[in-house]
Design a binder for this molecule. Structure first.
Ligand code: MCA
Ligand code: AMP
Length: 506
């Protein structure tokens, strides 16, 4: 078998001198490429020793730490499918993912163990380990005796490398099946298009459980064989301080609005930086302009999805146009289609569809979804709406999917509405996104109480939802009303709710 394991690609790019640093950590610890290889090998040997077959799903719900990254590399090396879960997910959310993915092992934060252990028992899972934010736990202890060398398990390009769950408009999450080919093609393209250099140092402040931090940022560094400053979370002050001796920064738009609030963000502070990348949510043109004025750098905005990796990017050389996401990346076909399935002319708005080695093969155990989400000629329907300019820049102007993006995290209103409707005293609800100065959009709920019941208060509803949903999905505001506005077809008029509860009046 040809070895198309993504780990082998990374390994071929590691520096010859393995004492070179890969990670500079918050606590001053430095992890060299050699150490990373040895630890990932040990973890891989341990996981393989559990009897997990290649392709078995290893679910990981942990806070960011160097060990968390090395667990990901170990899964690749052992030919296992990595299943990252946002550390904010609650019991109900995690239970669904573990069961749906038929996970063979789970590595989780110790604070979840009170509910995770009974849950795993119920699902018949034998392998449950802990890993905390300091990189300590039963996983690391159990792997300690395993060998520090491990032959990478050969994988073919179409084999599963990861499953990433994305919520859907129906409220039910789908597992996007991401292959070694998908990840390798995107890693090669981004590394080349963004001009990575031997002296690059990337500041890594994104979470590790979504595409932006796990694949886009980490893969560029691993492909480059250079170092990253690896932080547990985003810290605007620290980022500004590190711009002095770093070169690349990647973030969601909220990172950039928070950086703009830092008085230390100046041209001098950013003199050594060569590239600022933004994505995961729309970057306001005003943020783009303000950032250039303050830092002297034009942010490079790019566009992607969990299912597809990165699709388009503004150019490294040439005009980075505010309010656009640039050109299709090499090897990715992007087209804009009208409702009848005809290609739109430049300037006309339509549905964005994509094809390429970076696009997922389908959703885990959902053949009917695959039929819906792909066109007959094999293009994936992104659910984003946009247009190409005459000179080829893509702009995203909206979404045909009912989706809120808050601080770079996706929230499907349906999932939150279903959770609210299950609460006592609730008749029905509608969830919308309203503009928010920090998070871009804020989740907002409008709730109709059940007739005859004591109407729940905003505080009660928010408290009840915090126990059921990841914190970023919990509405920032809940408005209790007597009825929802509906059109003549009986459909809730969410536009009216957005207008009514938007920032001016909310
Ligand atoms: C935290 N909170 C949020 C969010 N994050 N609320 C709404 N949206 C959020 N994104 C809430 C918490 O529930 C908490 O509420 C309060 O804010 C403070 O929490 P804390 O953890 O202190 O917040 P923070 O550390 O300041 O985090 C904000 C953040 C973080 C730094 C913007 O959300 C973040 O790192 N976002 C990046 C997301 C990302 O990586 N997206 C890429 C997805 P309470 O006090 O009530 O509990 S990949 C993707 O989209 C595609 C593929 C792509 O193109 O990249
Ligand atoms: P996710 O499901 O987390 O992968 O989110 C993907 C969605 O984020 C896309 O379908 C877009 O709606 C949105 N997105 C990502 N990057 C951008 C961007 N630069 N501008 C606007 N929307 C974006």
């Amino acid at each position: 078998m040809n070895d198309d394991n993504l780990y082998s690609l990374f390994e071929s790019r590691f520096p010859t001198d393995r004492s070179q640093p890969l990670l500079h950590c918050d606590d001053g610890r430095v992890v060299s490429y050699g150490e990373a290889e040895a630890i990932a090998s040990r973890y891989a040997a341990f996981l393989a020793g559990l009897g997990l077959e290649p392709g078995a799903r290893v679910a990981v719900q942990v806070e960011k730490s160097p060990e968390a990254l090395l667990v990901y590399l170990a899964c690749l090396k052992a030919g296992l499918a990595y299943l990252p879960l946002n550390s904010a997910y609650q019991e109900g959310e995690v239970g669904y993912f573990l069961e749906n993915a038929e996970a063979g092992a789970v590595i989780a934060q110790p604070k979840s163990f009170s509910w995770l252990v009974p849950l795993a028992q119920r699902l018949g899972m034998r392998h449950v380990f802990s890993l905390d934010e300091y990189g300590q736990g039963t996983f690391v202890e159990a792997a300690r005796g395993s060998p520090g060398t491990f032959a990478t398990v050969p994988r073919s390009a179409d084999d599963l490398a990861a499953i990433l769950y994305t919520s859907g408009t129906t409220g039910r999450s789908k597992g996007a099946m991401i292959s070694h080919r998908n990840l390798a093609s995107n890693a090669r393209v981004l590394h080349a298009c963004w001009g990575f250099r031997p002296d690059d140092v990337l500041i890594h402040m994104l979470p590790l459980f979504h595409v932006h931090g796990l694949f886009v940022a980490s893969h560029c560094v691993l492909m480059n064989g250079t170092a990253m400053r690896f932080h547990a979370k985003f810290d605007a002050k620290r980022a500004v301080a590190e711009f002095a001796d770093s070169t690349v920064f990647m973030g969601v738009p909220t990172f950039y609005t928070r950086l703009l609030a830092e008085p230390g963000l100046t041209r001098e502070a950013c003199a050594k930086m060569r590239l600022f990348v933004s994505g995961s949510a729309p970057l306001l043109a005003e943020t783009h302009v303000a950032f250039e004025q303050r830092s002297g750098h034009r942010i490079l905005e790019r566009y992607g999805m969990t299912e597809t990796g990165m699709l388009t990017s503004n150019p490294l050389e040439g005009e980075r146009r505010a309010g656009t996401v640039g050109f299709p990346l090499p090897g990715t076909q992007v087209r804009v289609m009208d409702d009848t399935g005809e290609a739109c002319a430049a300037g006309d708005i339509g549905h964005i569809q994509v094809k390429g080695d970076n696009v997922l093969s389908g959703y885990w155990r959902l053949p009917e979804k695959n039929k819906e989400e792909f066109t007959a000629d094999g293009y994936f329907r992104t659910g984003d709406v946009g247009s190409f300019s005459k000179d080829g820049y893509l702009s995203i102007v909206g979404r045909s999917k009912d989706l809120i993006i808050t601080g770079g995290y996706n929230v499907y209103p349906k999932e939150v509405e279903l959770a609210i409707d299950e609460l006592p005293g609730v008749q029905e609800s509608a969830v919308v996104g309203v503009p928010h100065p920090d998070f871009g959009e804020a989740v907002t709920a409008v709730v109709v109480p059940r007739a005859g019941a004591e109407p729940p208060t905003e505080a009660q509803l928010i408290a009840a939802l915090k126990a059921r949903l990841a914190n970023f999905k919990v509405p920032k505001r809940v408005h209790v009303v007597t009825e929802l506005p509906r059109n003549t077809m009986g459909k809730v008029q969410k536009n009216l709710l957005r207008d009514r509860y938007g920032p001016a009046k909310g």
